[in-house]
Design a binder for this molecule. Structure first.
Ligand SMILES: [Zn+2]
Ligand SMILES: [Zn+2]
Length: 280
């Protein structure tokens, strides 16, 4: 198989193309309609009377952010990503949330409630009782505003599961690049996921790929821990976890309902050798 052909435009020129309000409006209008959109409809959508001016700025976007077809204009992947970043508030929003109670017990000390807060693009769940337990993760500021406070715990939980799935599959959550991972051992082993391409780095409990493996989710379900209604942060602390790190492998055991499940997580995030005590 031959290597895929990839042409790179100079980034300063590509981002320079977006330094104009009308061009950003054109991208938003294209995202809003059923593609492809014909010239006159697009011009009406952005309410630009000057056809020459409109055409000039549209032409600047064609080839990078906009694709011209026989049937009209549509966004390229780069164009959709720009609009996605705009609506996610990545460049523009400044959201904060003061510490708010979540009626979920702390995975460490089992005292409720824990709290959720948000600042500087980072969501933080913490226990005010033992001050031992906390997790923090980036969350798009524009998405925070789409949820009422009572919807937030579930939204943050679903977002975390999405992040875990993406990291475990080996894709950078920032740039979709290929991830490398390795173990670091502090109190408990953790997996560090690194993207050389954009410099992004995430840490998860080493058990994360194991806990969200279908066989383990099935085991938990069969033994009284419903993974669909138990928050991801409680699943990661569910049962008793035994860690044993050797040969670039972490051995993980979960116990629930009098049974146990055991397996190995490798440094690349893959899971091997799962065995259940209640299934021979
Ligand atoms: Zn606690
Ligand atoms: Zn990346």
């Amino acid at each position: 198989m031959s290597d895929p052909a990839i042409e790179h435009e100079p980034p300063e020129e590509v981002f320079g193309l977006l330094g104009n309000r009308l061009r950003v409006d054109i991208l938003r209008a294209l995202a809003d309609g059923d593609p492809p959109v014909v010239f006159s409809t697009l011009r009406d959508k952005v309410e630009e009377r000057d056809s020459g001016r409109f055409n000039y700025h549209l032409r600047k976007l064609v080839g990078t952010f906009v694709r011209e077809t026989d049937a009209g204009y549509e966004l390229t992947l780069a164009g959709r990503r720009v609009v996605g970043a705009l609506v996610a508030g990545t460049y523009t929003a400044d959201a904060t949330l003061a510490a708010t109670d979540i009626n979920d017990p702390c995975p460490e000390c089992e005292t409720a409630p824990i709290t959720a807060s948000y600042a500087d693009d980072v969501a933080r769940l913490a226990c005010p009782h033992c001050e031992e337990w906390q997790i923090a993760f980036t969350f798009p500021p524009g998405t925070l505003a789409q949820y009422a406070t009572d919807e937030l715990p579930s939204a943050l939980d679903r977002w975390l599961r999405t992040l875990f799935e993406q990291l475990t599959a080996g894709f950078c959550d920032n740039c979709a690049g290929r991830l490398d991972s390795e173990f670091v051992v502090e109190d408990t082993p953790q997996l560090v996921w690194r993207c050389d391409r954009c410099g992004s780095q995430s840490r998860t409990a080493a058990a994360t790929p194991f806990v969200f493996h279908p066989a383990v989710q099935g085991f938990l379900y069969d033994n009284g821990v419903d993974p669909t209604t138990t928050s991801s942060w409680r699943l990661l602390a569910a049962g008793d976890i035994d860690y044993d790190i050797r040969d670039e492998c972490v051995s993980v055991t979960y116990r629930a309902g009098g049974a146990s499940i055991h397996g190995y997580v490798r440094a690349d995030g893959s899971v091997r050798g799962i065995e259940r005590s209640d299934r021979k």
